[in-house]
Write a protein that binds this ligand. Sequence first.
Ligand SMILES: [Zn+2]
Length: 136
Amino acid sequence: MSDNSEIETLNAICRKAKAEDKLSGNNLTELYELFGSRFTKALDALKENRVKKYIFKPSGKTVWIVVGRERDYLIMTVAEFCTCDDFYFRVLDKKVHMCYHLLTQKIAQNLGWFEIIEENDDSYDMLMNEWKKATP
Ligand SMILES: [Zn+2]
């Protein structure tokens, strides 16, 4: 299976899930077959409400974060980039297309399963520096 079909299948499942406002049994099976343990981890993160959308005021800048076991992971939704080691070492190496954080964020965004946190623009640089640190 090519990398493209992985992301296209995920997008198609997300569209269906969004229309139905839930992940059906079939969706769950498909996602598990496609992503295996990455999907199990994503599901845990979703159940534990670990996806946060930060909205900075007054600029309206948004930042997506997946709260991990040891640190927070910054997700660049447009670039489909994540700050975790898994992403850095495997995705850049083309071994795995998506880390579980990206997978989690995509499902969360489509289904509205995330928490919104409002912050002042004054905190943006400080928080971004924290999130961009490459090591735990
Ligand atoms: Zn990641």
